[in-house]
Write a protein that binds this ligand. Structure first.
Ligand code: DGT
Ligand code: MG
Ligand code: MG
Ligand code: MG
Ligand code: MG
Length: 268
């Protein structure tokens, strides 16, 4: 077919191919979730329904899109890591990012009721997305560590803050005042000495966030087969299936990476 005279406009598209050999990270973050959490009566400091829905949506992203090797989420954000050799959508940043954001957003709405039951979804939530490239395993691990450290710092603060308000009877302004200039050790001490709470025994989901990885599982199914000239018989077929698994563990230290050596490809 002859090209139309309008065809030239295609050349206005800019090239946004992600550099080869780099891990491609897409991070989503809920738009104005401060308000969204208020309007939908999220419990403070953590709402397990909201966290569960975030994880369910991330799970859908991993299963529906190609080449995601690990995902990490906390609060209203989730990061997805594409394998460094991925050639999905020719590594075009805009394609990857928009597919992640739209699959995640539609899943968030689609699965809302599974987590919030009769609590109605009052308006359509949105998520922003960004793409960041990491050239080495060290850089990628530091990125994930940064997000998990952020989870820890915020959760420790929020836990003490809301304990002071909910159990200590302080106003939010008084609690804020009380925590001004305190270090992590001070916050742990307030929880322990005043409220008998050992922060380390608090929910791992809240302290560590959620890491999604692929796990190989052998699945054995029984099939009835009928070969020509033979009796019908039952056979057991074992096949290896990949499943998304959610963990709430430390991903900063060495242990996690030693336990899961297949997630990262070699640096050379
Ligand atoms: P943004 O991202 O610039 O559009 O604005 P926000 O408001 O989404 O700010 P962000 O992403 O820095 O902070 C996340 C907000 O979401 C924060 O205000 C607390 C809220 N949020 C997230 N998870 C929970 C939860 O489990 N419970 C409650 N009560 N609030 C939550
Ligand atoms: Mg923000
Ligand atoms: Mg946000
Ligand atoms: Mg956020
Ligand atoms: Mg199309």
């Amino acid at each position: 077919m002859a090209k139309s005279k309008f065809e030239y406009v295609r050349n206005f598209e800019t090239d946004d191919t992600c550099l080869r050999n780099c891990y491609i990270v897409v991070r989503l973050d809920g738009r104005n979730f401060h308000k969204f959490a208020e309007k939908h009566k999220f419990t403070k400091p953590n709402d397990n329904r909201a966290l569960g829905l975030m994880t369910r949506s991330a799970h859908s992203v991993m299963e529906e899109l190609e080449d995601i090797i690990i995902a990490y989420g906390q609060s209203d954000e989730f990061s997805f890591v594409f394998k460094r050799t991925s050639n999905w959508f020719k590594r075009r940043a805009s394609k990857l990012m928009t597919h992640v954001a739209s699959q995640f957003s539609s899943s968030y709405v689609f699965y809302w009721k599974e987590f919030f039951g009769e609590e109605p979804l009052l308006y359509p939530p949105g998520f922003d997305g960004r793409v960041v490239l990491y050239p080495s395993n060290r850089n990628l691990r530091d990125y994930l560590s940064w997000r998990q450290a952020d989870c820890h710092v915020n959760n420790l603060y929020n836990t003490v803050f809301w304990t002071l308000v909910q159990k200590g009877g302080l106003t939010t302004a008084q609690a804020e005042d009380r925590l001004k200039g305190t270090l992590a050790a001070d916050k742990n001490e307030i929880l322990f000495s005043e409220f008998d709470i050992n922060y380390n025994n608090e929910s791992a989901l809240h302290r560590k966030g959620t890491t999604l990885i692929w796990e190989k599982q052998d699945e054995t199914v029984t099939k009835r087969v009928k070969l020509p000239n033979e009796e019908e018989k039952e056979v057991h077929v074992t096949r290896s299936r990949k499943r998304v698994r959610a963990l709430h563990c430390d991903i900063i230290g060495e242990q996690f990476w030693e336990d899961h050596p297949d997630i990262l490809e070699d640096d050379n």
